[in-house]
Structures are given as structure tokens and as C-alpha cells.
Design a binder for this molecule. Structure first.
Ligand SMILES: [Zn+2]
Ligand SMILES: [Zn+2]
Length: 245
């Protein structure tokens, strides 16, 4: 079985008091995080999980609500539960430099100390499928902001498939890519306001019947969709929710 636990279903602004983007994927072959927002340790510990179980992290893009938890994971592995086994972070080009810069800004002295466990940094190229142990990760560019590359992921693990939008404007590519996947985790930051960097609820609601996924769950929920939560027909994530595939 593959279990996805929504650690954080909120947007960058912590709308509704929800935690930042992070999803824990537990499978027979690997345990990993899809994005790693600043509140990742709170999310893991609320869910009763030891952050040490994470084998690797997939970062969709270099916005703080998606990778700002890496310094806190490093602190956990340095002091709270010293780590010895390997760890890896995969993301767009520049992920290593940006994560180091964030760590150094937040914990200057510790960030300069030697890391006591092997850490591997890998770049996920858009349009390519990467084999990470037993996990196949297909990264693709999604339309978000113009100043950086944002990735969506199709993940194949233990016979199950997950499509993850990352942060993205609505794109018809999601219709094509969602065909046959077990779970489509799609961002939904807006409701009334149309932006060309995020999905608004009416956009995905209009396309929902065209999606061929077995289960669609909206997340990265902003204040607008949260104000309408009681009237939304599409399934919305909440912090701590588990999705068994
Ligand atoms: Zn975001
Ligand atoms: Zn973003």
C-alpha cells in the first residue's frame, strides 16, 4: 500500500491556520516528502511520525512555503535526533545553493558545521523521468511565476501513481497527465480571483469531469476557497489527512 499523509494543506500565508505545503509518502520501497514547507516538523510530529523516517525530499520549486522546511529538518537531524543514514534532496537547479543559504541565514553557526550523514543533492530536469531507488519521478514544468522554474511531478511507486501540481496556474496538461493516476493532488489557491500563477476553484471545477484520475484532492488552499469550504463539491485536503492508494 502507498499512503499519502497531508502534512500541510495551506498556502504561503498560512490561510485558515493551515500548515505549509508538505506531503509524506510512505510506500514499501521508500518514504519521502513531496515539498517541505517551513512547518514540516510540526506536520510530521502532529501525524506521529519521526522526521528521521524520510529517505528523500522532492522540491517542486524554490518558494519558501515549499522548501523552507529543509533548514528545520537539518536541525532535527543535527541535534534532536542525530542522523547517520543517507539523506537526499531533489529539486530544480539551484536547490542546493538556496537551501544552504536559507540554513545559513537561520542557523549560521550550525549550518557551517560538518554534516554527520551522507547527503545527496540531485537536480530534477523538466521533461525527464528520474529513478530514485524504487520510485519513478517524472518532472514537468508548470506555469507558475516567470522568475523561476516550477515543477509538477508524476510519481510511480509500488504500482501506484500520484500527480502533483506543485504551484501552477491551471493548464490543460493536467487533464492529459491525470489520466489513469490513482491520486491527483492539485493546488487551489484562489476562488473569485483569477491569477495566472495559481489555480482558482471554478477553473478546476469546470474541468473536473474531464480528469481521468481515480481521486482528485485540492490542497494549497488559500483564504478564498477556504471561505467557500462548506459549499465545494470537490474533495479538499486538510492537515493530517491520510490518503491510502
Ligand atoms: Zn506555494
Ligand atoms: Zn510558489
Amino acid at each position: 500500500m502507498v499512503r499519502v499523509t497531508v502534512l500541510g494543506s495551506g498556502d504561503a500565508y498560512g490561510s485558515g491556520g493551515r500548515l505549509h505545503s508538505a506531503y509524506l509518502v510512505e510506500s514499501p520501497g521508500a518514504t519521502f516528502l513531496l515539498d517541505c514547507g517551513p512547518t514540516v516538523l510540526q506536520g510530521m510530529k502532529r501525524a506521529g511520525r519521526d522526521p528521521g523516517v524520510v529517505d528523500f525530499v522532492l522540491v517542486s520549486h524554490l518558494h519558501g512555503d515549499h522548501f523552507g522546511g529543509l533548514p528545520f529538518l537539518f536541525m532535527e537531524y543535527h541535534y534532536e535526533k542525530p542522523r547517520t543514514r543517507p539523506f537526499a534532496v531533489y529539486g530544480p537547479a539551484d536547490t542546493e545553493r538556496r537551501a544552504h543559504a536559507a540554513y545559513a541565514a537561520l542557523y549560521e553557526k550550525t549550518a557551517a558545521e560538518p554534516v554527520r550523514y551522507p547527503i545527496r543533492w540531485g537536480t530534477l530536469a523538466a521533461g525527464q523521468t528520474h529513478a530514485i531507488g524504487a520510485v519513478q519521478v517524472t518532472a514537468f514544468a508548470v506555469p507558475h511565476v516567470s522568475d523561476l522554474l516550477s515543477l509538477g511531478f508524476r510519481i510511480d511507486v509500488a504500482g501506484k501513481s500520484i500527480l502533483y501540481s506543485g504551484d501552477s496556474a491551471w493548464t490543460e496538461e493536467f487533464v492529459v497527465r491525470s489520466r489513469g493516476v490513482d491520486l491527483f493532488l492539485c493546488e487551489c489557491s484562489m476562488y473569485e480571483t483569477h491569477l495566472d500563477i495559481h489555480v482558482s476553484y471554478p477553473e478546476i471545477a469546470a474541468r473536473a469531469v474531464a480528469l481521468g484520475c481515480r481521486r482528485l484532492v485540492l490542497s494549497h488552499l488559500g483564504s478564498e476557497p477556504l471561505r467557500h469550504l462548506g459549499e465545494l463539491s470537490l474533495e479538499c485536503a486538510r492537515d493530517g489527512m491520510t490518503l491510502d492508494l
